[in-house]
Write a protein that binds this ligand. Sequence first.
Ligand SMILES: Cc1cc2nc3c(=O)[nH]c(=O)nc-3n(C[C@H](O)[C@H](O)[C@H](O)COP(=O)(O)O)c2cc1C
Length: 208
Amino acid sequence: MSAPRLLIVVASSTGRTARLAEAVAEGGRDAGAAVCVKRADDASGDDLVAADGVILGSGVHMGGIESSMRAFFERAAPLWIEGRLIGKTGAAFVTAGLGARGGAELALLSLLANLAEHGMVLLSMPNRLSRYREGGCHWGPVAWTNPRKGVPGPTAEHLDAARAHGRHVAECTARWLRGAEPPTEVAARSRSSQAAEELDRLARRPPR
Ligand SMILES: Cc1cc2nc3c(=O)[nH]c(=O)nc-3n(C[C@H](O)[C@H](O)[C@H](O)COP(=O)(O)O)c2cc1C
């Protein structure tokens, strides 16, 4: 089986979420995935279709996601109509100014909700992952970048948590792809079958 392809789409005005994105990417690559990081402004529908798993990251703005991520969601809406992302894996991460309040969880949920809208398989962040306590939440990694006390993030601990989650998403995606692969003989037969092509065509037709 080839390496899982992960796409990380990040909305980051001042670079902190982009640093977290690089750590998520490092973790994914450590686990053998081919990882591509794109800014929300630049990511396209083709990027999404080419990926086996998609990880979305955003800075928290006014209690929610950044506007460039929202615009990206809306640009990808035609893929929702065609059901092109169904069955891919999906995960999320954010950075937020203040600890404990301010909308980090809401922003994570908005990112995951968009992936769910596309019929993707959502991957949470298990509390056994490295540095979960400092930089994690069950919805995904979080870095606090302007806390009232302590060091502004992303700290080394936040970056470790993000790396651990990248590894986790890569491993789960590889496992999902392996499990989904039919035995070689069945795959060869269905490739040559017209019925399978017809089913494929119907599955891509927009609902009435
Ligand atoms: C317009 C604006 C609105 C923000 N709103 C929030 C907010 O509601 N809650 C919060 O915790 N932080 C808020 N922040 C702080 C950012 O979430 C924080 O600095 C984040 O790390 C920025 O990520 P970036 O460097 O990737 O852009 C806001 C920042 C900006 C510029």
